[in-house]
Design a protein around this ligand. Structure first.
Ligand SMILES: Nc1ncnc2c1ncn2[C@@H]1O[C@H](COP(=O)(O)OP(=O)(O)O)[C@@H](O)[C@H]1O
Ligand SMILES: [Mg+2]
Length: 250
């Protein structure tokens, strides 16, 4: 069984940055091979990891959908081949990008075949890190129906926490099973406001840790350098590694 880790949260909270750091944590602790899954249609996990890609899984799905009437063995084989082609191979980890959401028309048959192929392919990776989009559309359909560790990422503002709480509750309504669910407060400056702590304890949300706002992360990103390569002496990277050390347990 693979250890499946998911990131969710409002846009701009740091999901992708933290997904990259989770990959880094797994890789440095020898938990390999890892599959990094970019399930955000606005894909940028590759940038954070320093990897480029040219095919996505939705390209494969579009190609399949053209004549969905006849799902034969050949179609299975085709999508399997396209899935393999969409996987970018690195040393300790591979990257796959889901791509654009569904267009118009019926994707049921295409999705069913793709989901089957993904299940088979993803099983080969004992560790998977899934960077989700805020709406989490892919979660319910294509990616795992089961996740071991699910992180909801938020800033430490009251509005941010309100959004995080919505996502926190939403995952319970989606048809996925989650073993451990944690909140991460990212880009924190100064003390966490009392209202925010109250929202966390009222739910209650399981707070895995607080990551400071660090200009080096932002600068790295702005200059097109992969943040997953930042030095571990960086306070934000160190805080993230501590969180993963405490929560990424099998
Ligand atoms: N702890 C942090 N300190 C400073 N900047 C950060 C931190 N975490 C993320 N960022 C920056 O915030 C922006 C949004 O992060 P990103 O990971 O892309 O968020 P999301 O995937 O949730 O949209 C990026 O420019 C990123 O470099
Ligand atoms: Mg992102």
């Amino acid at each position: 069984m693979s250890l499946i880790i998911g990131m969710a949260g409002k846009g701009g909270t740091g999901k992708t940055t933290l997904a990259g750091m989770a990959v880094r944590y797994l890789s440095k602790t020898g938990r390999v091979p890892i599959l990094a899954v970019d399930a955000d249609s606005n894909a940028n996990l590759g940038d954070v990891l320093g990897m480029s890609y040219d095919r996505t899984l939705s390209d494969a799905r579009e190609e399949m959908k053209v004549s969905v009437g006849d799902i034969s063995i050949t179609k299975d084989t085709l999508i399997e081949m396209r899935t393999q082609q969409a996987i970018v191979e690195g040393d300790d980890f591979d990257l796959v990008v889901m791509g654009q959401p569904e267009g118009s028309g019926c994707y049921c048959a295409a999705n069913a075949v793709l989901a089957g192929v993904l299940e088979k392919t993803f099983k080969n990776y004992p560790y998977q890190v899934i960077d989700n989009e805020a709406g989490m559309e892919h979660i319910s359909r294509l990616t795992a129906k089961y996740m071991d560790i699910f992180y909801v990422v938020s800033d430490a503002s009251r509005r941010g926490l309100t959004a995080a709480l919505r996502i926190w509750r939403l995952v319970d309504e989606l048809k996925i099973t989650i073993k451990h669910k944690y909140l991460i407060l990212n880009r924190n400056r100064g003390d966490v406001p009392a209202e925010v702590l109250k929202i966390i304890s009222d739910e209650p949300m399981n707070l895995a840790g607080i990551i400071p706002d660090d200009p080096a992360i932002y600068d790295c990103d702005q200059n097109g350098r992969p943040t997953s390569q930042l030095d571990e002496t960086n306070p934000a990277v160190a805080a993230a590694m501590k969180i993963f050390g405490e929560t990424l347990v099998e």
